[in-house]
Ligand binder design. Structure first.
Ligand code: PEP
Length: 259
């Protein structure tokens, strides 16, 4: 199955107008021009900078993602929240959902991740759905159980909605072992491949075609020095990049490692 690789930069809570302008110009001058790129590239700045960057990225054929979205699809009394249609309105194409930092610090639940996925799909955004186990869960042999539970919640939400399981065709899954995020400790390519194959297998058990075509990204201390090996694994379709996406040179090298 030929799946176009994707590299997503998650800037987390970093940036300023000046820093973003220089980071984006470094990224755009380093990646191959639109149409000649073999990977999709997406950057996810904090909410307040999305609109600033939308036109430039659209012209360059680079996706624009938010780092979270409200579970509620429309407008209403949800102070502090940003809805999927609003993200779409300012030019977003993608949205990260269920990042482990949201799960750990902001009480994001599996069920909430399912609802956010539906909200994003309804607004024609591509959800980048994050799953991954804690170190103690891996050590206790619970990796598949945890990742399976997180993913099942999304599959159930899709199946219970008119969107249906086929909505997964418009999603990207990111496997991010929590112990590898921002720690400098990367999963080995074999550890990543094992869990990616499990994720694909779980989806294939519901629908073989969707399971074969859904992109599954690896995230967790991906750097220019380890990206090629990770992306070379059969079920790793690119990466979700945190720290290294803040340095244009590193991010560009990681995009190049998909080739
Ligand atoms: C992330 O933020 O999703 C991430 C994987 O971070 P890092 O690359 O810094 O580990």
């Amino acid at each position: 199955m030929n799946r176009t690789p994707v590299v997503v930069g998650n800037w987390k809570m970093h940036g300023s107008r000046a820093a973003n302008a220089s980071l984006i110009s470094g990224v755009l001058s380093g990646v191959a021009p639109r149409g000649q790129r073999s990977a999709e590239v997406v950057v996810c700045p904090p909410f307040v900078y999305l609109a600033d960057l939308a036109t430039m990225l659209e012209q360059a054929g680079v996706g624009l993602g938010a780092q979270d979205v409200c579970t509620e699809a429309g407008q209403g009394a949800f102070t502090g929240e940003v809805s999927a249609p609003m993200l779409r309105d300012v030019g977003c194409t993608h949205v990260i959902i269920g990042h482990s930092e949201r799960r750990a610090y902001y009480a994001e639940t599996d069920e909430g991740v399912g609802r956010k996925t539906l909200a994003a799909l309804s607004a024609a955004l591509t959800p980048i759905i994050c799953v991954g186990e804690l170190l103690e869960e891996r050590d206790a042999g619970l990796t598949y159980e945890v990742v399976g539970r997180q993913l099942e919640a999304v599959l159930r939400a899709l199946e219970a909605d008119p969107i249906g399981l086929s909505g997964l065709n418009r999603c990207i899954v990111a496997y991010e072992p929590v112990w590898a995020i921002g720690t400098g400790r990367t999963a080995t390519p074999e550890q990543a491949q094992d869990v990616h194959a499990f994720i694909r297998g779980l989806i294939q058990s519901r629908d073989a075609r969707i399971g074969g075509s859904v992109r599954v990204l690896y995230g967790g201390s991906v750097k220019p020095g380890n990206a090629r090996e990770l992306f070379g694994m059969p079920d790793v379709d690119g990466g979700l990049i945190g720290g290294a996406s803040l340095k244009a040179e590193d991010f560009v090298a990681i995009v190049a490692a998909t080739q």
